[in-house]
Ligand binder design. Sequence first.
Ligand code: MN
Length: 448
Amino acid sequence: METDKMTYLIDATHAPAARSWIHSANVDGCEFPIQNLPFCVFTADAVSTAIGVGIGDRVLNLRAAAEAGLLNVDPAVSRAAVASNLNLLMSLDEGRSNSLRHALFKLLLADSPGRDIVASAVPPMLRPIDEVVFHLPCRIGGYTDFLTSRHHTERHGRFKGLKDPLPPAFMSLPIAYNGRVSSMRVSGTDVVRPHGQFKDAAGRVVYGPAVAMDFELEMGAFVRKGNELTRPVPVEDASGHLFGLSLFNDWSAKDIQWWEQVLGPFLGKSFMTSLSPWIVTMEALAPFRVSAASRAADDPELLPHLRAASDQQAGAFDIEMEAWISSNGMRDSGQAETRLTLTNLRNLYWTFAQMLSHHTSNGCNLEAGDFLGSGTASGAEPGSEGCLTEITSAGTRPVRISASGEERRWLEDGDEIIFRACARRPGFVPIGFGECRGRLLPAQSDRA
Ligand code: MN
């Protein structure tokens, strides 16, 4: 694969035959084989918070591994590895974080000389994933959510009765709004049904618990190196400013959003956003790059600040994304979760490199740890809609969610939404993204 800067190469860490001495990493269907090595931030046994690396059903304590001298990396990478969040690692260039990937790969590879030290460490250097507490992976300074699925945008435009469902700028630039950082929470945190102002079924403007509660299935990119104020990042350099991808749920109260939205979404989104604890790095994703979405002959010309041969050739990612639901009733009667959506990140009209470059094109500075959301990643086909608004035609056509016949127009109290994702390509080991999960609790006034 050729890119302008030859940034993300397929190398020995992607070899399909590579196996780890941690056996759970070698099981078919494991989300975290040795070819993945996603990062997180976690606490175990209420001891100190550290960066973790997912391997099989375990998380490796990166600080402990670095302090034990098990990682052959330069001092700048060592300092980043012992930090308690990922900001420092994100501030380094891609060559440095790739050196960490290679050191981790060696340590976890079958027959690694460090194996016995890791396995016998006290306190344990490896913990079962389901026994640790996760945190947001870094200090997020800015959160921008884009709107890059044409299918999602057109369906919403039609529900709102717009004459032209696609905003005129949609195909000329990646549209976005500035989101809220303070209410971002790690997967597993309950979300409380918000109060807000909206038009009720009778068309009256009221204030109360939102009715049109929705999830939005999205992928977000963490920014690696920042850029200085006034210095745009050219699109051909932008992939070098992306650290990795995480699943996230842009919970939305569509009734609040549609009434308030003049300058953009505000209280309809800012009550909470759920992030997966896991960041799958750009290095791990190298085999899953695909060409950018093709543009129709009558689409507006791609202007030079959004056009680079490398990005057009390999700026998109082939990643399956799923949304699942489980209700109080389903859990009480022992029914399994139901899949609501199967879509693919390829459905985006814009690449993350274009989003990042466009974001900085007026000189706006991004910082390591900033978060860029893809927007709801809906596809064209039925079954690939990335939110309930699309699935139920804005609440007018209920969707059946369980074998016992439960239906939804909008999310109800107790509903849990689970996102999963997987990157696949023939000849490579598939890699997963972990879960992004959250349960909707009743509005505050409705609780005892
Ligand atoms: Mn969104």
